[in-house]
Design a protein around this ligand. Structure first.
Ligand SMILES: *Cc1c(COP(=O)(O)O)cnc(C)c1O
Length: 466
């Protein structure tokens, strides 16, 4: 009986929603009446449940208001937030791939904030073409006659196949039936695009005569897929682009190359592992090339299609194009990124992806030296920190075998316990600016290649709760 009375009494002490609302002018101004009322009701429901279970939660108005404010902060905080990528993979798909240069960010803000001439010709006052803002640039940088762009390279491949090969056959080398991850596999894309894949040659070796042997009246085009995320080694042979291009031309078929990353500059000249450029592929006789905007190109997520005018024209009028087209923010960013390629001398410094990829190992090691004392202080005695050589990956399936020499802060728990390393990784991920490292052999590795925000990183160390 007594317990019943106590519970009733506790319920009576809970302030009413109306009384609490009147005492929360700041919350009302911030979040609006609807949200604050909902949060108050939810908080009070929790409170009643606790009391019913025999608990004695704080029911004074002040404590309640504070909890409601926290609840509102939590539910209104951004879900998509920046992180510090110390994973050792520069173009990490799960971390959003390329970071955009300042020029592109400014352009995005400008076109997003106001109406623009996205599809409006300012000279004639007539309807314009949204790709007019990038087509000439892509042509200039690749040597193509015409170009278009869609949401990503997967969409580009789908659209090219659906436009040029619907209901027909497409021969592809067995060594190039790539899976890119996230269930994008060339055979399945072919099927969804409405065409029939004809596998050519053997997994390790494909010859020109294999292609010649399968061409018939149902063949729509010849396709080559850049094996960007793996390498065949040993007794291998692939048909050179030039020879395939010649065969396609003799048989009156378009020759399409899915370049995957598709760089626009000679990587070897930058001291990086060689990667075929879109211009080389077109010079070698490709009638169409497709490549990503946010891999080695270093721009926004996009898929570029460049090549012969007549083929690009067909692609532009495919009804699927409308479903896959780029939005104004991406077009604005892409145009600015492409413009940076016009000055190869300043490109590496201005484009974050290339700046990170070409960062010298000594520079990264020097940074590790600067950060070591503060990080050691923050983590001792539970963890020890040392500077270690490591190898960065380019990422996004680009150049999988080649790595870039780099330097890391390697953090090892004094206990030698795997659980302690995982706990530290979790603590770093829960920082206001989450830090993403790489777990390897009972250590957490922080590869510093992509650490631009050194002060922000240091500033967070004091708040570490181990
Ligand atoms: C990455 C890749 C794609 C897909 O590109 P997204 O821009 O990620 O859609 C297609 N083909 C190849 C060969 C690739 O490497």
């Amino acid at each position: 009986m007594k317990a019943d009375r106590q519970i009733k009494e506790a319920h009576r002490r809970i302030p009413s929603v109306d009384a609490l609302l009147q005492q929360m002018p700041d919350a009302l101004a911030n979040w609006g009446r609807q949200q604050v009322t909902d949060a108050l009701r939810a908080e009070l429901a929790d409170l009643r449940a606790q009391i019913a279970r025999g608990e004695t939660p704080q029911t004074d108005a002040e404590a309640l208001q504070q909890r409601v404010a926290q609840r509102l902060e939590r539910s209104n905080s951004a879900s998509l937030v920046p992180v510090i990528n110390l994973s050792g993979t520069v173009l990490h798909t799960n971390l959003g791939r390329a970071s955009l240069p300042r020029e592109a960010l400014d352009a995005v803000v400008t076109v997003a904030a106001a109406p623009s001439n996205l599809e409006f010709d300012l000279d004639s006052g007539a309807r314009g073409d949204r790709e007019s803002h990038i087509e000439a640039l892509v042509c200039e940088l690749t040597g193509a006659e015409a170009a278009t762009a869609v949401n990503n390279n997967a969409a580009a491949v789908l659209l090219v196949l659906n436009t040029l090969a619907l209901g027909r056959e497409v021969p592809v080398s067995r060594g190039e039936l790539v899976e890119i991850g996230g269930s994008f596999r060339i055979p399945e894309v072919m099927q969804r695009a409405g065409c029939t894949l004809v596998e050519v040659g053997a997994t390790n070796r494909t010859h020109l005569k294999d292609f010649a042997g399968v061409i018939n009246s149902a063949t729509a085009l010849l396709m080559k897929v850049h094996t960007s995320n793996y390498q065949l080694e040993g007794f291998t042979s692939a048909v050179p682009e030039g020879a395939l291009a010649q065969l396609a031309q003799q048989r009156g078929l378009p020759f399409v190359i899915d370049l995957g990353s598709g760089s626009l500059v000679d990587f070897a000249r930058l001291g990086l592992p060689a990667e075929p450029t879109a211009a080389e592929a077109i010079a070698n006789g490709a009638d169409l090339v497709t490549f990503s905007g946010d891999k080695l190109l270093g721009g926004p997520q996009a898929g570029l299609i460049a090549g012969r005018k007549e083929l690009v024209g067909q692609i532009k009028t495919n009804p699927l194009k409308r479903a896959l087209r780029l939005d104004k923010m991406t077009l604005a960013a892409l145009a600015e990124v492409l413009k940076l390629y016009r000055d190869p001398d300043s490109l590496v410094q201005r484009l974050p992806t290339l700046r990170q990829l070409t960062r010298p190992a000594e520079d990264i090691a020097a940074q590790a030296g600067r950060l070591l004392p503060a990080l050691s202080r923050a983590l001792q005695p539970t963890y020890s920190v040392e500077i270690a050589d490591c190898a960065s990956q380019i990422g996004s399936g680009a150049l999988p075998v080649e790595t870039l020499p780099s330097a890391a802060l390697r953090i090892t728990p004094a206990s030698g316990d795997d659980a302690d390393v995982r706990r530290l990784a979790q603590v770093l991920r829960s920082l206001p600016l989450p830090v993403i490292g790489r777990l390897h052999k009972t250590s957490l590795w922080l590869d510093l290649r992509c650490l631009d925000q050194e002060q922000a990183f240091l500033g967070q160390l004091d708040g570490l709760r181990l």
